[in-house]
Design a protein around this ligand. Structure first.
Ligand SMILES: Nc1nc2c(c(=O)[nH]1)N[C@H]1C(S)=C(S)[C@@H](COP(=O)(O)OP(=O)(O)OC[C@H]3O[C@@H](n4cnc5c(N)ncnc54)[C@H](O)[C@@H]3O)O[C@H]1N2
Ligand code: MOO
Ligand SMILES: [Mg+2]
Length: 430
């Protein structure tokens, strides 16, 4: 058997990304677009505020009429009308007049300033309502002018933006009942392994429950993809080949887990060969996930992730997620890189670059990352606590508590364009 040649992580990612493509767009109702990516630049189709408005409950005046007001010589105005928010004054304001106005109401024509109730003295005399000022109000004082927040035509949301509550508020402001979003790529998943039990099955000696299926489903969802689970396969060549070939017809990308190493029942290499798929690589200089294999078959991508849970998880985040995010049209496709202090010693030497599952925490304004448990690729339980991969570069003799390290923040919708530009990846190892 020929030993596999590991390739550097950044090289592997580059090969994968050459085969990505952006999805088309579709319109989705504002209510249902929560986990989506905006498919086009959105421009303000009217100014904000759309009319000059009052930021306070108070009175609107002509500033020139208030100029002579001071503590010793208060100036009084007749209150000619009341304007709640949503209403407009019935006529322009005249000399010596004031309008009682509420927060959010349009400034009456002719008025150019507002005084809060707190600086006004009001009283009734005769049949009239009066308001008295003891100081002048400047022109435009307490007026939110038309377009002062946002001018008509301004770019307000960039293409590729992930929907969040604030983005929704902006879309609602501009009347988007339907939102242009990128179509979700359709990802298929097949888990392989004769040893796999369904989640609802009782334990049987020698077998384990299929945890990769629900895990990858959730990772696809977090990455923004649609997901079809084609079920699990026994390690048998012909039925597996048939199923995989069939499944490829229904999806953009097919993920398999298990069967990519060199065991007697690791059938994925034979399946790629039988499909005549082009294998981009079948070994990466990293731990875990060194066996991650990516192949291309008739313009569709096949991600052969490791069966080992931690290796499977890391393989997805490093290689499958960027392709999904590229399909979604968001520019920051790679994991967000952070710098942090290592929270505890990690003394093992690292021939390969390691991605240690870790947890980020803040203390006194500093960011720390700490390994969350056993760092073997077969481990599953530590994954429940992990939100970062601590990057321990290949060719190092281990790390000490307090060392500044890099980490990839994976439990976030944030991403980054240039994560791999600065050689996080190592050429070493075998
Ligand atoms: N002689 C060698 N043996 C192994 C090598 C090697 O280079 N030479 N590589 C090791 C590494 S590294 C890894 S990682 C694993 C990869 O194994 P496979 O991707 O072929 O996966 P399987 O053999 O099918 O299973 C491995 C392991 O994972 C468990 N598994 C599989 N599927 C699931 C699932 N859906 N949910 C939970 N657990 C799953 C399976 O039972 C095995 O224990 O190979 C090493 N061997
Ligand atoms: O692919 Mo294996 O995870 O390197 O341990
Ligand atoms: Mg195997």
């Amino acid at each position: 058997m020929e030993p596999r040649q590991p390739i550097a992580i950044d090289k592997a990612i580059e090969l994968v990304m050459q085969h990505g493509k952006e999805q088309g767009r579709e319109l989705v109702s504002l209510q249902e677009c929560d986990d989506r990516y905006i498919a086009e630049d959105i421009y303000a189709n009217h100014p904000i505020p759309p009319f000059p408005k009052s930021p306070y409950d108070g009175f609107a005046f002509r500033s020139e009429d208030t100029a002579s007001a001071n503590r010793d010589n208060p100036v009084r105005f007749t209150v000619v009308e009341h304007v709640p928010a949503g209403a407009t004054a019935s006529r322009p304001i005249g000399k010596g007049e004031a309008v009682r106005i509420m927060t959010g109401a349009a400034i009456p024509e002719g008025a150019d300033c507002v005084a809060m109730f707190e600086v006004c003295h009001t009283y009734n005399e005769g049949d009239l309502e009066w308001v008295e000022l003891k100081r002048p109000i400047r022109s435009m004082e307490n007026v939110m002018d038309k377009g002062s927040e946002t001018e008509e035509g301004a770019l307000v949301i960039r293409k590729g933006t992930y929907m969040n509550p604030g983005v929704k508020a902006v879309l609602a402001t501009f009347g988007f009942t339907k939102v242009p979003v990128t179509k979700k790529p359709k990802i298929g998943l097949i888990t392989t392994g004769t040893e796999l039990l369904d989640v609802e099955e009782d334990m049987v000696y020698g077998k384990i429950r299929n945890s990769n299926g629900p895990m990858i489903a959730a990772q696809c969802k977090r990455a923004g993809a649609d997901f079809i689970h084609f079920g699990k396969l026994m390690d048998e060549l012909e039925p597996s080949y048939e199923r995989i070939q069939q499944a490829l017809k229904d999806v953009d990308i097919l993920i398999t887990t298990g069967g990519v190493s060199v065991g007697d029942f690791d059938l994925m290499p034979a399946i790629y060969e039988k499909l005549e798929a082009k294998v981009l690589f079948n070994k990466v200089a990293m731990r875990p996930g060194s066996v991650t294999t990516v192949a291309v078959y008739e313009n569709k991508m096949l991600f052969g992730l490791s069966g080992n849970p931690s290796a499977c998880y890391v393989g997805f985040e490093l290689f499958a997620r960027p392709i999904i995010r590229q399909a979604l049209g968001t520019p920051a496709v790679y994991p967000k890189k952070i710098e942090a202090y290592l929270g505890e010693d990690f003394e093992k030497p690292n021939p390969f670059t390691r991605f240690v599952r870790g947890k980020m925490r803040m203390k006194n304004g500093f960011v720390y990352v700490e390994p969350v448990g056993m760092d073997k690729s077969a481990v599953v339980t530590s994954l429940s606590k992990a939100d970062v991969f601590i990057v321990l570069r290949g060719g190092t003799r281990g790390y000490k508590k307090g060392d500044m390290v890099e980490a990839l923040w994976v439990d976030t919708q944030e991403g980054q364009r240039n994560t791999w530009n600065h050689h996080l990846s190592s050429e070493e190892g075998g």
